[in-house]
Design a protein around this ligand. Structure first.
Ligand code: NAD
Length: 496
């Protein structure tokens, strides 16, 4: 089994098959094309992977269709499906070190964060949905005495999953686990920037006994692999996580086939600090809330709205704390901020820093690329930001915080809600009445009070529309993505 050449100070990491997983087999692309996946911390090639095109997508969708229509997955006993998924979860648990190392290497994610956050979330997600397989029940509806009227829930069919590079494994599992638990089959397309951990997942899925064709994995570029997948007439359901632009394009291009569509898109989340808040805790949470994963987080609290009375104090403490975060090699256990995923992302982030300065915001700390290999940008804070500036309106997806002021609850809510996004929001106050009042008025699918950034498999996740998307991942709510409700009406009247 191949390993990467260890970079100085790093252990060698076993690589999964560098192939496409189609119909239970590892294959090259029909065209023979390949692409490289890079280590963003060193700008060197980690591995070369087949680049799927329209023919490979078609083979994978056909395999998933056969596995759904003729295979044992949708029709096997629900408890037996749960057993297979628990075996899958067990293998994931057994391979923790390998998964953590690979995810950190391919995505440039600090290894300690992957171990503490991504990996437990991935494992919890598959364990949770493995437990659902035999609990997805229907309803008997009391319509009239001479009829038995009931609703069953059946798997929707073949699911197309597309996920981004910022939480490659976690985002993939948020879709794979509920889809498979419901009895669907799937073609998963991970981002070209981070193909490796999903391929390892595919290897473990086969070992767990997930039947051929049930889970097909085709990492690759969006236009060449993702677009043929979402426009394929054999797809019953699309579940996408990514940028608003691509989400809208997918909705438009897939429309002729009228598939079900869930879109988890972007965020520009407001994080409100009221004057009565526990400032120590707020400053600490606000730091993690925006610089975790180098700011490449859809729910990052990138707009920090602070009450006038404590604005300067919070700004000073935020800058001090940001400067203390260790930026560097993701393989180093002490690293908090790793590199951005790619040169493209680096240019995008630095472009926004330039725009922020031009628009008159005050660059308080950070803002320049580090002089070393890799796409490193240190924690960057702008103060005196106006909500109409690009750095307050647009998703930067990097370690850049915009600090804004408010002087009343009304103004705070108005600024917070003045955004095309609606994914998440946070607020800090010691006044329980204000907490409930403001939480209820913030336009966000998730509101955190006196904490920031917590998620759990059991809690639904998603935006309230606009550029944050539609539908829900996670929780019981995600079962609706992968099941249809069918009504049955049985006439009970005696023959006359
Ligand atoms: P992106 O939209 O460029 O890519 C996401 C996925 O879509 C990738 O797999 C990519 O290959 C694919 N893709 C790109 N172009 C495509 C096309 N034309 N047709 C089909 N597929 C295509 O997004 P990104 O830059 O990789 O990820 C960052 C975005 O993801 C941010 O906007 C972020 O907020 C969002 N995100 C949202 C959530 C959430 O839960 N709401 C979670 C993580 C990331």
């Amino acid at each position: 089994m191949a390993t990467t050449a260890p970079a100085p100070g790093r252990a060698a990491i076993r690589l999964p098959p560098r192939k496409l997983l189609i119909d239970g087999e590892w294959r090259d692309a029909v065209s023979g094309a390949t692409f490289d996946t890079m280590d963003p911390a060193t700008e060197t090639v980690i591995a070369t992977v087949p680049e799927p095109g329209i023919e490979d997508v078609d083979l994978a969708v056909q395999a998933a269709r056969r596995a759904f229509d003729d295979g044992p997955w949708a029709t096997m006993r629900a408890a037996a499906r749960g057993r297979v998924l628990r075996r899958f979860a067990g293998l994931i648990e057994d391979h923790e070190d390998e998964i953590v190392a690979l995810e950190s290497l391919d995505g440039g994610k600090p290894v300690s964060a992957v171990r503490r956050q991504d990996f437990p979330a991935v494992l919890d997600c598959i364990e949770y949905y493995a437990g659902w397989t035999d609990k997805i029940t229907g309803d008997v509806v009391p319509v009239r005495p001479d009829a038995l009227t009931y609703i069953t829930r059946t798997p929707v069919g073949v699911v197309a999953g597309i996920v981004p590079w910022n939480f490659p494994l976690m985002n993939a599992m948020w879709k794979i686990a509920p889809a498979l638990a419901c009895g669907c089959t799937m073609v998963m397309k991970p981002a070209a920037e981070t193909p490796l951990s999903s391929l390892l997942l595919g290897e473990l899925a086969l070992e767990a006994g997930i039947p051929r064709g049930v889970l097909n994995i085709l990492p690759g570029p969006g236009p060449g692999a993702g677009m043929p997948l979402v426009t394929h007439p054999g797809i019953d359901k699309i579940t996408f996580t990514g940028s608003p632009g691509v989400g809208k394009l997918i909705m438009e291009k897939a429309a002729p086939n009228v598939p079900k569509v869930t879109l988890e898109l972007g965020g520009k989340s407001p994080h409100l600090v009221f004057a009565d808040a526990d400032l120590d805790a707020a400053v600490k949470a606000a730091t993690a809330g925006v610089f975790f994963n180098a700011g490449q987080v859809c729910s990052a609290g990138t707009r920090l709205l602070v009450h006038d009375d404590v604005y300067d104090e919070v700004a000073d403490r935020r800058a001090e704390r940001a400067a203390s975060l260790k930026v560097g090699d993701p393989a180093d256990e002490d690293t908090y901020v790793g590199p951005l995923i790619s040169e493209r992302q680096l240019d995008r982030v630095l472009g926004y820093v330039e725009r922020g300065v031009k628009e008159g915001a005050h660059l308080r700390t950070g803002g320049a690329r580090l002089r070393r290999p890799g796409y490193f940008v240190p924690p960057t804070i702008f103060t005196d930001v106006d909500n109409q500036m690009a750095i307050a309106r647009e998703e930067i997806f990097g370690p850049v915080l915009s600090m804004l002021r408010f002087s009343s609850d009304e103004e705070a809510v108005a600024i917070a809600n003045d955004s095309p996004y609606s994914l998440a929001a946070g607020l800090w106050t010691d006044d329980v009445r204000r907490a409930h009042r403001v939480a209820g008025r913030l336009r966000a699918g998730m509101v955190w009070v006196n904490t920031y950034g917590q998620t759990d498999t059991r809690m639904p996740w998603g935006g309230l529309g606009g550029d944050s998307g539609v539908g829900r991942d996670l929780g019981e709510a995600a079962l609706d993505n992968y099941t249809d409700r069918r009504s049955v009406w049985i006439n009970l009247r005696a023959r006359s």
